[in-house]
Design a protein around this ligand. Structure first.
Ligand SMILES: [Zn+2]
Length: 122
């Protein structure tokens, strides 16, 4: 397999039948480089076993296209909302407002001793 992080070629080249798997001449059609994020001559190499495809972390190939993995536990909005109420950031229980400070070593669970509020964000 060619070098996956070669900046001269798009990610899709790793699955292309024109990829020679030779680091000195990675592409039979475009020997030097491809300027665009997608190659106009891309042809899916169907001889590649599915598990052999290199995929960057957090992304996957679907039908010859690379997609960033949309599955995240928290959406961006939820992450931002956490800043407003989570005791890790506010140092207060979101229920009874009792002061809650970080411990040493840093705690993961922020359950409230006073009102019994349970931190289910972890
Ligand atoms: Zn509380």
């Amino acid at each position: 397999m060619s070098e996956p992080n070669d900046a001269h070629f798009p990610f899709q080249c790793n699955q292309c039948q024109y990829n020679t798997r030779n680091p000195h001449l990675p592409c039979a059609v475009h020997p030097h480089k491809i300027e665009d994020a997608r190659c106009p001559d891309f042809e899916l190499d169907t001889s590649l076993p599915a598990g052999e495809w290199w995929e960057p972390e957090g992304a996957a190939y679907y039908g010859g296209e690379i997609l960033i993995d949309p599955v995240q536990r928290w959406t961006r909005a939820q992450q931002l909302a956490l800043l407003d109420w989570h005791p890790l950031f506010t140092e207060r229980c979101p229920d009874c407002e009792r002061s809650m400070t970080q411990t040493t070593p840093a705690r993961v669970h922020w359950d409230c001793q006073e009102c019994g509020w349970k931190d289910d964000s972890v």
